[in-house]
Design a binder for this molecule. Structure first.
Ligand code: ADP
Ligand code: ASP
Ligand code: MG
Length: 484
């Protein structure tokens, strides 16, 4: 079997959903499970209406909900025939009516809990899966809607729930396997799950990719396909840098680093289940289904450029803890990281000097309580509005001069660097800059390391020593970082 996940833009209207049906029709022999996201922008709208309801603007919340209702009903009316449409329309209306009730409840209480947030955020994927399942049926595919809340079992950490893999695998096998054996096509919403008690949860923004990988791992998929709105995984975000080039094949290790450091094309946790079961993940363009995309797998040939790709992650805060007396004292760092752990704050980057420790982390975390705790250890300062830029490449391991080349390129752009870290895996160089400096920094680095016609020319590996006794020689500069 295979898993095919279609993101928000791949189901954004009737034309897109019809393309999904064509793509699925072409793969029926491989026994696909189809996973879909909310229509692009709907999860943001659901979050905005929850916030509006909680902050006393119920009319604004209801207006946003009406827009979502119109969006889905418009798609449905084009896609489903008269008979099919009536039943599905009723289900869609019922789901939206109950969302309206939840919004009214939030408005009365004037409080938005993480649990109610999940209740509302789940609606986008529930609607999409209902409608895509109907659209596939309309095209003659024997599709079956499967409620992901019955299959993906998670803990209760709402809005960032962690899947309980064993229970999830059991449920997936018992719900999905019989359908596949009967040659039916299960259609599921990504991003959503439920606790063992059945309370709806979500896996964190962008989590549909993760859902697809969990399903693929549980059912021993031959392949997991992530269908999206770009050619594949690229040498950097094409929105930041139009010169970005498609990567043909990339290893799990490099792709994981990129996803972790902001390559939004994959949710950061996506590759964990895939690596565990050694299942290749293909990133494909739903608008150009015939194109090759990117294959992410255990082994990939080395890239011809020094780095495989550049990622950037905005919305970062840096916490500096200054403690001149304590820093080198026994147990200081342990106390520091225990504080992060207690408050559930994961560090993205860490760097230490003789007098201070700097930790970069996601700004969406409320750090007030953490800062309170850290003040017991030293003087604390929080800087917001930062971003991490991360260059990933296996070749940098043990090679001199690479970091100098990165930072002289950044310096030439007159960009101020706040923190520098070479990842423990030694396949990335990461640093922190102001958010507004991200586009120009990424563009410069991309020009320097990837573009043959740029003024700096690409940095190409001319001679590298591998662990094998034979040196690998790559003579020619190339626009493609990939050897395939
Ligand atoms: P979907 O809705 O299909 O899940 P996303 O918006 O979550 O799509 O992810 C696709 C987007 O990821 C692209 O439009 C692109 O702007 C962004 N992106 C960031 N880094 C990369 C990269 N290295 N390669 C490809 N896309 C990237
Ligand atoms: N719809 C969810 C989001 O926008 C999940 C996803 O698209 O992967 O975050
Ligand atoms: Mg996504």
């Amino acid at each position: 079997m295979i898993v095919m996940k279609f993101g928000g833009t791949s189901v954004e209207n009737d034309t897109a959903i019809n393309r999904v049906a064509d793509i699925v029709l072409g793969r029926l022999e491989e026994r696909p499970v189809v996973v879909v996201s909310a229509i692009a922008g709907v999860t943001d709208a659901l979050q905005a209406m929850s916030n509006a309801a909680a902050s006393g603007s119920l009319p604004e919340a209801l207006k946003l909900l009406r827009k979502v209702r119109q969006q889905y009903l418009a798609v449905l009316s084009v896609l489903a025939s008269r008979a099919g449409e009536a039943a599905v329309r009723q289900e869609v209306q019922a789901l939206l009516d109950s969302t309206q009730d939840v919004l009214r409840g939030i408005s009365v209480l004037g409080e938005l809990t993480a649990r109610s947030t999940d209740n509302i955020l789940a609606v986008g994927e529930l609607l999409s899966s209902r409608i895509v399942s109907a659209a596939l049926a309309e095209r003659g595919i024997d599709s079956v809607l499967v409620d992901s809340r019955h299959c993906i079992v998670t803990d209760a950490s709402h809005t960032r729930a962690v899947p309980l893999f064993d229970r999830t695998s059991d449920r997936l096998r018992s719900h999905i396997k019989p359908l596949l054996q009967a040659n039916q096509v299960p259609v599921m919403g990504g991003f959503i799950g439920a606790t063992t008690e059945g309370v709806p949860t979500t896996l964190g923004r962008g989590g549909s990719d993760f859902s697809a990988a969990i399903i693929g791992a549980a059912l021993h998929a031959r392949r997991i396909e992530i269908w999206t709105d770009v050619e594949g995984m690229m040498t950097t975000d094409p929105r930041l840098c139009p010169q970005a080039q498609r990567i043909e094949v990339i290893g799990f290790d490099e792709a994981s680093e990129l996803a972790f450091f902001g390559a939004k094309v994959l949710h950061p946790a996506t590759l964990i289940p895939a690596v565990e079961k050694n299942i290749p993940v293909h990133v494909l363009d739903s608008r150009h289904p015939e194109s090759q995309g990117t294959c992410i797998r255990a082994r990939a040939q080395r890239s011809r450029t020094v780095f495989r790709a550049i990622a950037a992650k905005a919305g970062i805060s840096v916490i500096n803890v200054k403690s001149p007396r304590m820093l080198m004292a026994h147990g200081f760092l342990r106390s520091l990281f225990e504080a992060f752990d207690r408050h559930g704050c994961a560090a993205d980057l860490v760097s230490t000097s003789e007098v201070s420790v700097s930790v970069a982390l996601d700004s969406s975390r409320d750090v007030a309580a953490l800062v309170n705790d850290l003040q017991k250890l030293g003087e604390v300062e929080v800087e917001d509005g930062k971003a991490i830029i991360c260059l990933v490449g296996k070749h940098i391991r043990g090679r001199a001069g690479i970091a100098a080349s990165v930072f002289s390129t950044v310096a030439a752009a007159h960009v101020n660097v706040h923190m520098i870290s070479q990842g423990a895996s030694e396949i990335n160089i990461s640093f922190v800059v102001e958010e507004q400096d991200v586009p120009q920094t990424v563009q410069r680095l991309h020009r320097h390391f990837f573009e043959p016609t740029g003024q700096d020319g690409p940095t190409v590996i001319r001679s590298v020593t591998t662990r094998s006794p034979v040196p690998v020689l790559v003579a020619q500069a190339s626009a493609r970082p990939e050897a395939g």
